[in-house]
Design a protein around this ligand. Structure first.
Ligand code: ADE
Length: 228
């Protein structure tokens, strides 16, 4: 069973609409849609925005549906300078940019317990996603996706995420899903289409372009399911 998590309705509705044999469970206020998509058993959920919602959803998928991999899809603010709206970032690893125990001597982003900053994405998932975007002719950057409970729309925030984490894109869920998957030894991937530049235009660009970008990521995950 493959788990697919989006934060917002626009990030998963296009998948729910084409699933077959759908069974729905509501757990911790999140609706889980289990069914068949491109001949694969999947469970799809709209988690809600932010790291806690995403973590609850990922942990539930693992315990209730025994998912053997989880992919986080949706939109992100672009940090890599080559990115334009509609382009794609595939995570090679993720980091929680707002995890801060630096006063205790830790590196920024360090997660005590599992004792690391970066969660490695599954190489096979990342490679197949990249094959899909190459076939679709979408400009794609593979790199670090950073997550935090903040909408990034100021230059100082943007430059910090590039400087500290070499971030390629910023969003609000991927790294917490990575964190949960690492705790459970479940392979994971993060696929994000760019809705804005994580800059002073983002407050305007996000509402304008998020739906279009979310549709891009849905197109790619559908192709992924036919290849994986
Ligand atoms: N998701 C899409 N754009 C974003 C931004 N600028 N900051 C955080 N999450 C986002």
């Amino acid at each position: 069973m493959i788990g697919i998590i989006g934060a917002m309705a626009s990030e998963v509705d296009g998948l729910k609409a084409i699933m077959e044999n759908v069974e729905i469970d509501t757990i911790s206020s999140v609706k889980f849609y289990k069914g068949i998509l491109n001949n694969k058993e999947v469970v799809v959920a709209e988690a809600g925005v932010g790291k806690v919602n995403a973590a609850v959803t990922a942990q539930t998928m693992i315990l209730k549906y025994n998912t053997d991999s989880i992919i986080n899809i949706g939109v992100a603010g672009g940090l890599d300078r080559s990115l334009s709206i509609g382009d794609v970032v595939i995570a090679t690893k993720t980091a929680e940019h707002d995890m801060d125990t630096t006063p205790l001597g830790d590196e920024m982003g360090f997660i005590t317990g599992i004792n690391r900053v970066y969660m490695d994405c599954d190489q096979r998932i990342t490679d197949i996603l990249a094959e899909c975007t190459a076939e679709l002719g979408i400009h794609t950057v593979k790199g670090v996706i950073v997550s935090g409970d903040q909408f990034i729309c100021r230059n100082d925030q943007r430059e910090k995420l590039i400087g500290m984490f070499n971030g390629a894109a910023a969003e609000m869920e991927g790294a917490s899903i990575g964190h949960v998957c690492a705790m459970n030894s479940v392979p994971f991937g993060v696929l994000r289409a760019i809705s804005d530049g994580a800059n002073s235009d983002s407050e305007m660009d996000f509402p304008t372009f998020a739906k279009m970008a979310a549709e891009n990521s849905i197109k790619i995950i559908k192709m992924y399911l036919s290849k994986c």
